[in-house]
Design a protein around this ligand. Structure first.
Ligand code: TYD
Ligand code: MG
Length: 453
């Protein structure tokens, strides 16, 4: 190995440093700086892999031949939905999530089903072939056609794809994979990045759809650098608590479909089952109204989902009252508390505030603002709000209630579940008399909302 000059790189944020340091100056993480070997072929600009020296010339946008991206089904319709309508040949999909959340299980189920009609290869670097086979048997999956490869070397995997010619392949997991062209240990930032780069090139050249499994650190980031996210076509994250039954797969990046689309699954003793009618699973079904609980309709991806928002406000005994939010954005909570104080005249500076979206779901949209405010208020005053009441709307810094997209669709979904009253932004009022059997209370400002309540 001909080392020119050693360089160092942070495992977490991938920044390059001239010398080793205990703490990364960029992302401030400790013990994450490691040596980056500067051998030939280690850089991302390496072009000699299967290298064809093509001379490209520019063409007009209108002259680019447009072909429909051919898709095929992953045989799990909720997964197809997150992928934007199915798998695209030659695309690379990164599936991230906590350990034990079900990444291997869902991919094994999907690959076993695809293998009935197409060539599929499952590369396992973490579990032994026996473990994978036992799991497939226990789940009653078709196992006659799925090819299994126990390997962690990219070059070996490529050699196998030449023999097997798979249409779809799973790499479980990318953190265990290494390439012979680098000297550093598997799992290091340079190995993960270079291996991924090779696999991306393999996908494009051989037209294979590749799933890469990636572990997420405790901080919620893909272990290793986030650089993987921009190298692949699609990034899916598994959300949900390993202790709860429901799992959500969310698309955070998709070159072939919409982002923030979610697929909902349940972990059962027969593997992962899709939940085809998920609209009411994130409610906790109290028989009588309880304080601090408000139901909203969220729109995640392309469908409305009813979600219960819970708040608990208790007197604080420390100088720094706690603001804890689970499933909702913490910064937004701080902002809403400030709005409540300034425009609602309700000071909560001496109270601990906890909020939670029931069922382990994560709400990424602003339509939850009004529900959060009302849940906090209901808990603070210890006044239960009817569990037949529905709320949605965004709250602005001056206390105004702003409309959210697809209001009518949200109301219709709530109507199906028997909600009788809804507090909604004025601009979301349906034009015609299209929502029946529901009393709609339009609000313009936080003050109107508190009056209406
Ligand atoms: P796994 O897919 O191995 O997780 P990952 O690959 O994301 O680390 O899932 C393991 C967990 O799922 C484990 O805690 C047991 C649970 N599980 C079930 O509840 N039912 C099942 O049928 C299977 C296969 C796993
Ligand atoms: Mg696994």
């Amino acid at each position: 190995m001909s080392k020119k000059q050693a360089q160092y790189q942070c495992r977490e944020c991938a920044c390059i440093l001239p010398k080793w340091q205990g703490q990364c100056p960029d992302c401030k993480s400790w013990n994450s700086v490691e040596e980056l070997p500067t051998i030939v072929g280690a850089s991302q600009t390496n072009t000699n892999w299967h290298g064809k020296a093509t001379t490209s010339s520019s063409i007009l946008l209108s002259e680019v031949p447009v072909t429909d991206t051919p898709r095929f089904s992953s045989e799990i319709s909720e997964l197809d939905r997150v992928l934007g309508g199915g798998l695209v040949r030659g695309s690379v999909i990164l599936l991230g999530g906590d350990p034990g959340i079900g990444k291997s299980t869902i991919l094994l189920q999907c690959m076993a089903k695809i293998s009935v009609s197409q060539n599929a290869l499952y590369v396992t670097g973490e579990e032994s072939p026996q473990q994978v086979s036992m799991r497939a048997q226990r789940l009653g999956l078709p196992n006659e056609h799925l090819k299994l490869l126990s390997s962690t070397c990219v070059e070996e995997i490529i050699a196998q794809t030449v023999i097997n010619k798979p249409v779809v392949m799973v790499i479980d997991s990318i953190q265990t994979i290494y390439t012979n062209s680098l000297q550093s240990a598997a799992g290091s930032v340079s190995q993960i990045r270079e291996s991924t780069a090779i696999l991306v090139r393999l996908a494009k050249q051989s037209n294979i759809a590749i799933f890469l499994v990636g572990h997420v650190t405790k901080e919620g980031q893909l272990a290793g650098p986030r650089v993987l996210e921009h190298m692949v076509d699609t990034v899916l994250y598994f959300e949900g608590d390993s202790s709860t039954r429901y799992r959500v797969i969310r698309a955070v990046k998709n070159r072939f479909g919409a982002v923030n689309e979610i697929g909902i699954f349940a972990m059962t003793d027969e593997g992962i089952k899709q939940v085809s009618n998920p609209s009411a699973i994130f409610l906790s079904q109290h028989d009588k109204p309880v304080s601090g609980s408000i139901i909203m309709v969220s729109r995640e991806g392309t469908r409305p989902i009813l979600v219960e928002i819970q708040a608990l406000v208790t007197e604080s005994h420390s100088g720094h009252p706690r603001r804890i939010s689970v499933g909702l954005e913490a910064n937004r909570l701080a902002m809403l508390l400030a709005i409540l104080q300034r425009h609602g005249g309700i000071p909560l500076y001496d109270q601990d505030v906890f909020i939670n979206a029931v069922g382990g779901v994560r709400i990424a949209e602003t339509g939850a603002d009004l529900a959060v405010i009302l849940a906090i208020l209901s808990s603070y005053r210890d006044r239960p709000v009817s569990n037949r009441l529905l709320v949605f709307g965004e709250v602005g810094l001056s206390g105004e209630i702003r409309p959210v997209p697809n209001g009518e669709e949200r109301l219709r979904e709530a109507g199906k579940h028997g909600f009788e009253t809804a507090i909604i932004p004025k601009a979301n009022m349906p034009k015609r008399d299209s929502i029946k059997n529901m009393k709609l209370i339009p609000v313009n400002h936080l003050a109107d909302t508190l009056d209406a309540l």
